[in-house]
Design a protein around this ligand. Structure first.
Ligand code: MLT
Length: 403
């Protein structure tokens, strides 16, 4: 992965708030100072002007982890997470060498713009500086063979293994912010069989098979126990892991999911949607599902997220969608499983989740001894994409508490 030179900066009093510590807004400034310093030490701060482009920030998230005070020295490291023709995603971390504390991390997406604000391709010098083109998320992808299927899996970092299990009809990239952000963990994010870049077998679509695939994947990666973090259908699969592979679980995160099986009417809906998918393709499935997957706030204010989710659904293979619908339709009731969860559990739900609403999630949390329950405001069914910072914080706190 391409990195820019690390930079050490001293925190100035004027950057701190009334309580004396560096706040989240100031962190953006500190991260920006570090980027310019890194450029000044390398190709020069005028590199963009030389090439007639300007790096406009399209999105920035800062995950603030520890207080920082005037006079603290921070070490800022900058990595290129992704590079496209016109865009660039950087990840920056700030650690305090004095006590080896990670104090904040940021993910910042830039688009190169010309003088009138139109996206502009990077020059050769810029492309060389930021490393080879990555595509959006293909960077750390491995292919792992497990019985009956080859799974694509994004594996990053070291530390406590966290297994991210995506929902329907999505793929591992729905966890992109958490994969990028949970830096002290080994993040393992597979595409389930029939989804994303995994192979698309003709059969074997059942919640139990998805769960067995994941256990075989952990075996192949040499992971004995992981924190299993599943969203919606991913949560149904995590509850299957509780039923049949509990010894592989260090802890459980159930995000925007529920324990109940489908009602007869919901089962009929699955079959009907499978016919739509087979007849009209994944785009028609996106048309059906998008309105309820995201919160009204996301639809109104985050067109970029709406677009990402639509594209994610549209690239799913139809046989995988049809297979997943059968698995969803036939899944067992996991309500009796809740009492069997013996590991630390976080139940997380978007405050505006229309598919698995907070009341359902709260009831599920109440059924699990000692479960923590967190509502993510201004998020719908896909809280990790809609409010990545709040989800990263809830997840980071939970994982950090596991010891
Ligand atoms: C999901 O996000 O995985 C689906 O909403 C699950 C479901 O339809 O039950």
């Amino acid at each position: 992965m391409t990195t820019l030179p690390a930079v050490e900066l001293t925190v100035y009093p004027y950057e701190c708030d009334a309580a004396g510590h560096l706040n989240e807004a100031s962190f953006l400034t500190v991260f920006e100072r570090a980027r310019w310093d890194a450029l000044a030490r390398g190709p020069g701060m005028d590199i963009f002007r030389r090439h007639g482009v300007w790096p406009a920030v399209r999105r920035a998230t800062v995950d603030y982890r520890a207080a920082v005070y005037p006079g603290d020295v921070l070490r800022i490291e900058t990595q290129v997470l992704a590079r496209g023709t016109t865009s660039l995603t950087l990840r920056q971390t700030a650690t305090r060498p004095a006590d080896d504390t990670l104090v904040a991390e940021a993910e910042i997406v830039f688009v190169m713009t010309d003088r009138v604000g139109r996206p502009a391709p990077m020059s050769d010098e810029l492309a060389q500086l930021f490393g080879p083109r990555t595509g959006s998320a293909a960077r750390e992808l491995q292919r792992v063979s497990v019985p009956g299927v080859e799974l694509a899996v994004d594996v990053r970092g070291d530390g406590l293994p966290v297994l991210f299990v995506h929902g329907f009809p999505l793929d591992r990239t729905m966890w992109r912010h958490q994969i990028a952000g949970l830096s002290r963990c080994r993040r393992i994010a597979p595409d389930l069989r029939g989804a994303g870049a995994s192979s698309v077998p003709a059969d074997g679509y059942a919640i139990a098979h998805y769960a067995d695939d994941l256990v075989a994947l952990l075996d192949a990666l040499g992971v004995r126990q992981a924190v299993a973090c599943g969203l919606s259908m991913g949560g149904y699969i995590v509850l299957e892991l509780v039923r049949r592979h509990a010894d592989r679980l260090k802890a459980v995160v159930l995000a925007d999911t529920k324990a109940e099986a489908d009602s007869p009417e919901a089962r009929r809906g699955r079959d009907e949607l499978a016919s739509v998918a087979a007849r009209d393709g994944a785009g028609a499935v996106a048309d059906r599902l998008l309105p309820r997957l995201l919160s009204p706030a996301t639809h109104a204010a985050q067109p970029e997220v709406v677009r990402q989710v639509r594209e994610m659904i549209e690239r799913q293979p139809v046989p995988g969608i049809v297979g997943a619908l059968a698995a969803l339709r036939d899944r067992p009731d996991s309500t009796p499983t809740l009492g069997a969860v013996r590991v630390p559990t976080l139940v997380l739900v978007g405050g505006d989740d229309a598919i698995t609403p907070p009341a359902t999630a709260a009831a599920m949390a109440a059924g699990i001894t000692g479960a923590q329950y967190v509502v993510i405001p201004a998020a719908g069914h896909l809280a990790p994409l809609e409010q990545p910072l709040a989800v990263a914080r809830a997840l980071g706190d939970f994982v950090g508490s596991l010891g």
